[in-house]
Design a protein around this ligand. Structure first.
Ligand code: GDP
Ligand code: MG
Length: 177
């Protein structure tokens, strides 16, 4: 069985839940504590991808890059994004300004990686009602960019759609271009 490695980046404003989504997916945990260290943290997660035919299995080592402790005024270094096969752009549905900044993150990531896929996670969906969530979703749908694979409402807190976004992006990242 073959084993390959791919880099995925989490991108988004400070406090939107990037680290929490990774912790939920990799460690199956969530914490309300605001833990922030400075630097880049790379989490590894091995996942098994199953092809159209059952016997086409692929072991993928996902290297999930997380930028920690940066403020919204500090630009993301292109070196952080370089070589990424995919990105999750995260926004916080309880803070509209983090949604308004999605296009900036999108622009930066796609300029460094013009062929990589992106999933948008509208996180903290546990904090607002369905109706408001639907409106925000529509707003983000209008962005329509060829590199955006899909948009999801997620919650790292209750575990909603967390595995789904990572898995879906992972499948796309190993597709031949
Ligand atoms: P980061 O700066 O993007 O890495 O954000 P963190 O993962 O550190 O999360 C910032 C804060 O939001 C923390 O206090 C988390 O506990 C909280 N948080 C993260 N995800 C969720 C979520 O889905 N729902 C709720 N209610 N809080 C969340
Ligand atoms: Mg963080």
């Amino acid at each position: 069985m073959s084993m390959i490695s791919k880099k995925m980046c989490l991108v988004g404003d400070f406090g939107v839940g990037k680290t929490s989504l990774i912790r939920r997916f990799v460690d199956r945990q969530f914490s309300d504590q605001y833990l922030s260290t400075v630097g880049v943290k790379i989490s590894r997660k091995n996942i098994e991808l199953i092809g159209a035919k059952e016997q086409e299995k692929l072991d993928l080592q996902l290297l999930i890059w997380d930028l920690e402790g940066h403020t919204k005024f500090k630009a993301i270094a292109p070196s952080y994004l370089q070589g990424a096969s995919g990105a999750v752009i995260v926004a916080d549905v309880s803070r509209q300004e983090t949604i308004e900044r999605i296009p900036e993150h999108l622009q930066l990531f796609t300029s460094v990686n013009p062929k990589s896929s992106i999933i948008i996670a509208l996180n903290k969906s546990d904090l607002i009602d369905e109706e408001k969530l639907a409106k925000l979703f529509e707003l983000v749908e209008d962005l329509s960019h060829e590199q955006i694979l899909s948009i999801h409402t997620t919650s790292a807190k209750i575990g909603k759609d967390v595995d789904e976004i990572f898995q879906k992006l992972a499948y796309k990242m190993v597709e031949p271009v």
